[in-house]
Design a protein around this ligand. Sequence first.
Ligand code: 13P
Length: 257
Amino acid sequence: MARRPMMAANWKMNKLIEEARDYVEQLLPRIEGARGVDVAIFAPFTCLPEVVRRTQDAPVVAGAQNFYHEDSGAFTGEVSAPMLRDAGAVTVIVGHSERREIFGETDETVAHKAARAVSAGLLPVVCVGETKEERDAGSMWDKVSGQVRAVFEQLDAGQIGGEALVFAYEPIWAIGTGETATPEDAQDAIGRIRALLGELGGEGFAGEVRILYGGSIKPGNVDDIMAQEDVDGGLVGGASLEAESFAELVNAAAKHG
Ligand code: 13P
């Protein structure tokens, strides 16, 4: 099953509105030739409307980096899925390791968010991944498979297709460290995630789910990562902050479409 590659910029807590505008202006002409790849920008809430506006006629979608699974109510400081839709987001990152590690999100809250995103018509990019300690202790797969199973339990896979969600395997030790997983390690983890999705939801479902790699992707390593059979794209932090380097990543992913 041919899955459409996806290259996604996670700006994290970076960029003011004017910087977001300049970035999109610089990005669009650089990726004009990149057909056959889905491009997403996950912007801070404050820049989201600007990114939506500036990408309206472009093959780029705007997304948020988080939300809360209730739709409205007394949840000071939170933003809901309908609010994101209202602001023009079509996709959202769920359970990034920084949300899990710094803000205490559990497998259960992440799973609720993933399910709510799907039912609200947002494409969730659900992040999973292990710490260095877990990898060294040989418990990488316990951690990652537990995270995937928790999400799957909240989804009605019989009712949705595999194209309704995306996973991102982001080993925590590779995020922002310059230390990338080897292409073989990325393939190994992502291949195992796909096999697990096959067990849980059937081969057809698993064959449709896109699974991205994230962790120190840059123009110098993107080709080897994208060449792996089960790797469908990238979720990029640092190298997505400059339009020029993100454009290189988008153009590289397009070659694998
Ligand atoms: P870096 O690309 O900066 O390692 O960040 C990866 C990431 O966390 C994307 O969500």
